[in-house]
Design a protein around this ligand. Structure first.
Ligand SMILES: Nc1ncnc2c1ncn2[C@@H]1O[C@H](COP(=O)(O)OP(=O)(O)OP(=O)(O)O)[C@@H](O)[C@H]1O
Length: 257
């Protein structure tokens, strides 16, 4: 379904993504992991068409997404890490805007928007400006916006951010059903426990290159480590956080008065 081939992108001559290739098939939930600055967001921006690669291609159903971006946007649902919601709009107005941009029929937009807001516990807030929503409520609006046009490919960047326990559980159940119905899901997160729970396969990148592409269980087994967090730490050679934490506390103690 989604094929990412040898993506390369640099900023002012410095590579952010050097060589990233992977595939997400129908029905798969793929975790996309990497330390800060690894190139995840840059890769995702290239997959969503927001950024052009300097080299490499993104194919959906064997067509380069840039051949027809309008068509690609209709089959893509994206929850970005940083939301730029029009906060003067109400939740309902925002979903209506999103629906129109994706070429949906007006009557269908209204029906689906109201239903989705209700199911995400936002019915009593649907006419209130987003500016007065809490972080978790905004996140739920973003999730509704990503789903309203029933896309084939879903990209979620830290989707649980700000969600309470019940909403998080609802989202995880939703992911499972979406995958079972054949959607392709790319799931970007630093919360490895959740990734291990929900993802069929994980792709680990660092310094713009793919370090691993395997099932979580395969990685833990192969590296004889207890969980995905240990695998990740080993793969990206994370610093000794305990020592660094101790050093920070020592710096705090330096007398400043
Ligand atoms: N617009 C830009 N201009 C210059 N450098 C950029 C730009 N966008 C990203 N970079 C650089 O590219 C590298 C990869 O950044 P990117 O945001 O893709 O990483 P990330 O894996 O998403 O990190 P995080 O987990 O912190 O969100 C970083 O070194 C970053 O500074």
């Amino acid at each position: 379904m989604l094929q990412v081939q040898h993506l390369y992108r640099s900023f002012r001559g410095i590579p952010a993504v050097e060589d990233v290739s992977f595939q997400v098939d129908s029905g798969e939930i793929i975790g996309f992991l990497g330390p800060n600055g690894a190139g995840k967001s840059t890769t995702v921006k290239m997959i969503t068409g927001m950024l052009r690669p300097n080299d490499g291609h993104v194919f959906f159903d064997h067509r380069d997404i840039h051949d027809d971006m309008v068509a690609f946007r209709k089959i893509l649902g994206y929850v970005p890490e940083e939301a730029h919601l029009y906060s003067y709009l109400s939740g309902l107005e925002y979903l209506q805007l999103v629906g129109r941009l994706r070429g949906m029929r007006e009557a269908v937009i209204e029906e689906k928007a109201v239903s989705l807001l209700g199911l995400l516990n936002l019915d009593s807030w649907q006419h209130t400006p987003i500016s007065s929503y809490s972080k978790g409520m905004r996140q739920r609006v973003l999730i509704a916006a990503a789903l309203i046009h029933d896309p084939q490919l879903l990209i979620f960047d830290e989707p649980l951010s700000g969600l309470d326990v019940v909403s998080s559980r609802l989202f995880k159940d939703l992911l499972e059903i979406l995958a079972a119905q054949g959607k392709a899901v790319l799931y970007i997160s630093h919360v490895l426990e959740t990734v291990e729970q929900v993802c069929d396969r994980v792709i680990v990148i660092a310094k713009g290159k793919v370090l691993a592409d395997a099932k979580p269980a395969e990685l833990t087994q192969l590296m004889s480590l207890p969980n995905l967090e240990s695998v990740f730490a080993q793969l990206v050679q994370q610093q000794d956080t305990r020592t660094t934490a101790q050093e920070i506390v020592e710096v705090m103690k330096i007398r400043h008065a």
